[in-house]
Design a protein around this ligand. Structure first.
Ligand code: NOJ
Length: 587
C-alpha cells in the first residue's frame, strides 16, 4: 500500500497555449498592489514591491500578472476612482516604475495585464471638476450624466437607481453661485461619477489611454465594470428597491445593455493594431456581471474581447451537481464563440474561497476544501485566475476593527456598523461592505508583523495582519511538501507539463458516486483524469490511472480488483478518496 500526497517534480514550461493564443490556457495571478509587497516601508504596497517579487511569481508557475489599479487616485474606492489614467499614483511609484515592472516581467516570461476603469472617473478628475465649475448648460457636463432633479425644486433624484455601494445612485451638486444644482449619476460611490459613453470625447479619451499603456508594453487590460458603460436611453426607473439583489439576475437599464458591444468592437480593433501573433497578442478580459454565461459569451464574440470572468463559477457552492452544471454550461456557452472558459475562486471583491466555501467551524477542514476546490479549478479547460494569497491558503480576515476598514461599501451599505462574516456567494457578493477582509497585506517571511510585507520588522501595514499569518508566510511554507504553496507550485507545474491540461473546450464526465465529480480530458498524446470528492466522507473508487497530484493525503493500493463503479480501474487499483479532496491522474 502506498500513500501519496505531493507534487511531481517541477517541469519546464510547455508551449501549448502559444500556438492558439497565450491567454487561452494562461494562469493569471491577480496582484492587488496595495497589499502585495511594500518596498518603501510606508505600509502600503507599491510597484517596486511587485517588481522585487516577480521571480516569486515566475517560480510559482503563473503565466501572467493582472495588476489592480495603480493610477493617480484619491483612493475613495482603493484606486477604482481614477483622477488621471496616464499617471501612477505616488503612493505606488511613478511611470518609470511601471515601465521597469513591465520590462522585468517580460524578461522573466510573464505577461502584464493592467486594470482600466472606463465606467466612471474620480470626482477629482479634471473633467468632472471643470464641469462642476462651469455649471449647468456647460457642454463639459455632457461627459457625465448630469440631470435636473425631480420634485418642485429639483430636490429629488432624477430616477430611482441605487448605488452598488448602497443609497441612491445620484448626488446633488452645488451651483457655482452656491445654490442647489443638478444631480450626477454614480453607480458606485459618490466619488465615482459615471462617464456618459454617448459623448464622443469620452470614447476618444479612452482610445488614447489604451494606446498609451499598450505603447508602454502592457499585454492587455482587465476592464472594470465592462457591462456598465451604456445606460438605457432616457435612464428609465426600475420601479423596485433593493436593486442589488437583481444584479446578475436580470438585464438592468444600467447594466449589460447591447450598446456596450460596439465599444468593445472598437477596442478590439485597437488591440489588434498591436499585432495578431498568438504569442504576443494584446488581450482584454471583461469584468462583466451578466445574468447568464450565455450573455457573458456575447462579450467574447470573435470581434470583441478575449476573456471574461466567470462569476457564475465563483458563485457556485461546493456541491458536485451544481459544479458539474456550471462547468457544462460555461463550456457550452464559450464553444460557439470560440473563446476560452475562465475559472476563478477569489478576488479583491469577494470573501476568500477558503472562508466562503468552508464551514467556518474547523480551519483545517476549510483549508482541505479550499485546496480541493483549487485543484478542480486548475484542472478545467481554459484560463484560470489566482488571487494573491490564495496560494498561501489565506483565510478571509473577519475581525478587522471598524476603524481600520477602508471599503466605501462598508460605510455606505452598513452605516459603518457591520460585523465580519462575509457575503453569501452569488454575483453581488463582495459589494456588501466586506471587502477589506480579503485585502489584508500578504505575509512573506519572519515572525513579526508585517511578516516581510514591508522592509522592516515591526513596520506598518495599511491593514493589520493576524498573528497566525506568521505560519502561513511564503518563507514558512517553502519546501514543506504538504504546504498549500507547494501544492500550487506543483499543480501549476503539472498543468504546464501534462498534454491534456491547459486549453481545450470540453471534458468527458464519468459516472461517479453521489457527491463525487469525475472527468477526463483527452489530448493526442495523453489522457488526464480528475476526481473530486465534495462530501465530507471517504469514498472508495477504482483508480482511473497513475496518481499525479492530490490536494490532501490519499491512499492508493493494489487489490485483487474491485468492481469498477466508474472510470477505468487502473490495474486493479483502488483509491480511498477522503472528503473534500481532489486527485489528478495520468490515465
Ligand atoms: C469592480 C472592482 O473590482 C471593485 O473593486 C470596484 O469597487 C468596482 N468595480 C467599482 O469600480
Amino acid at each position: 500500500m502506498t500513500t501519496q500526497h505531493s507534487a511531481v517534480a517541477t517541469v519546464p514550461a510547455s508551449d501549448s497555449g502559444s500556438r492558439t493564443g497565450w491567454w487561452r490556457d494562461a494562469v493569471i495571478y491577480q496582484v492587488y498592489p496595495r497589499s502585495f509587497a511594500d518596498a518603501n516601508g510606508d505600509g502600503m504596497g507599491d510597484l517596486e514591491g511587485v517588481r522585487d517579487r516577480l521571480p516569486y511569481l515566475r517560480d510559482l508557475g503563473v503565466d501572467a500578472v493582472w495588476l489592480s489599479p495603480f493610477y493617480a487616485s484619491p483612493q475613495a474606492d482603493a484606486g477604482y476612482d481614477v483622477s488621471d489614467y496616464r499617471l501612477v499614483d505616488p503612493m505606488f511609484g511613478d511611470l518609470a516604475d511601471a515601465e521597469r515592472l513591465v520590462a522585468d516581467a517580460h524578461r522573466l516570461g510573464l505577461r502584464v495585464i493592467v486594470d482600466i476603469v472606463p465606467n466612471h472617473a474620480s470626482s477629482e478628475h479634471p473633467w468632472f471638476r471643470q464641469a462642476l465649475r462651469e455649471g449647468p448648460g456647460s457642454p463639459l457636463r455632457g461627459r457625465f450624466h448630469f440631470r435636473p432633479g425631480k420634485g418642485e425644486s429639483g430636490e429629488l433624484p432624477p430616477n430611482d437607481w441605487e448605488s452598488i455601494f448602497g443609497g441612491p445612485a445620484w448626488t446633488r451638486t452645488v451651483n457655482p453661485d452656491g445654490t442647489p444644482g443638478e444631480w450626477y449619476l454614480h453607480l458606485f460611490a459618490p466619488e465615482q461619477p459615471d462617464f456618459d459613453w454617448d459623448n464622443r470625447a469620452v470614447a476618444d479619451e479612452f482610445r488614447s489611454i489604451l494606446r498609451m499603456w499598450l505603447d508602454l508594453g502592457v499585454d492587455g487590460f482587465r476592464i472594470d465594470v465592462a457591462h456598465g458603460l451604456v445606460k438605457a436611453a432616457g435612464l428609465p426607473d426600475l420601479g423596485v428597491h433593493d436593486q442589488l439583489r437583481l444584479l446578475g439576475n436580470e438585464v438592468l437599464p444600467f447594466f449589460d445593455q447591447d450598446g456596450v458591444h460596439e465599444i468593445y468592437r472598437d477596442w478590439r480593433r485597437i488591440l489588434d493594431e498591436y499585432g495578431t501573433d498568438p504569442r504576443t497578442r494584446r488581450i482584454a478580459v471583461a469584468e462583466a456581471w451578466t445574468p447568464t454565461v450565455l450573455r457573458t459569451a456575447r462579450y467574447l464574440r470573435p470581434d470583441e474581447l478575449h476573456q471574461a470572468f466567470n462569476f457564475q463559477y465563483l458563485g457556485t457552492a461546493w456541491d458536485a451537481e451544481a459544479l458539474r452544471e456550471v462547468v457544462g454550461l460555461t463550456l457550452d456557452a464559450m464553444r460557439p464563440v470560440g473563446a476560452p472558459a475562465t475559472w476563478v475562486l477569489s478576488n479583491h471583491d469577494v470573501v476568500r474561497h477558503l472562508t466562503r466555501l468552508g464551514s467556518g467551524v474547523d480551519r483545517e477542514q476549510d483549508l482541505r476544501r479550499a485546496r480541493a476546490a483549487t485543484l478542480l479549478m486548475l484542472a478545467l479547460p481554459g484560463s484560470a485566475y489566482v488571487y494573491q494569497g490564495e496560494e498561501l491558503g489565506l483565510p478571509e480576515v473577519l475581525d478587522l476593527p471598524d476603524a481600520v476598514r477602508q471599503d466605501p461599501a462598508f460605510t455606505r451599505a452598513k452605516g459603518g456598523g457591520s460585523e465580519g462574516g462575509g457575503s453569501e456567494g452569488g454575483e453581488a457578493e463582495g459589494q456588501e461592505g466586506m471587502r477589506d477582509g480579503c485585502r489584508v497585506p500578504l505575509p512573506w517571511s519572519g515572525t513579526e508583523a508585517p511578516y516581510g510585507f514591508g522592509p522592516v520588522a515591526g513596520g506598518p501595514s495599511w491593514l493589520p495582519q493576524p498573528a497566525e499569518w506568521a505560519k502561513l508566510s511564503v518563507e514558512a511554507q517553502t519546501g514543506d511538501r504538504n504546504s498549500t504553496l507547494e501544492l500550487y507550485r506543483g499543480a501549476l507545474a503539472v498543468r504546464r507539463e501534462h498534454p491534456a491540461l491547459g486549453g481545450g473546450d470540453s471534458v468527458d464526465w464519468d459516472d461517479a458516486p453521489a457527491g463525487v465529480l469525475a472527468f477526463r480530458r483527452t489530448a493526442a498524446d495523453g489522457v488526464f483524469g480528475c476526481t473530486v470528492n465534495t462530501t465530507t466522507e471517504t469514498v472508495r473508487i477504482p483508480a482511473p490511472g497513475r496518481l499525479l497530484l492530490a490536494s490532501g493525503p490519499v491512499t492508493v493500493a493494489a487489490t485483487a480488483g474491485i468492481a469498477g463503479a466508474f472510470g477505468t480501474a487502473g490495474a486493479g487499483e483502488w483509491v480511498d478518496l477522503p472528503g473534500d479532496t481532489t486527485v489528478w491522474w495520468d490515465c
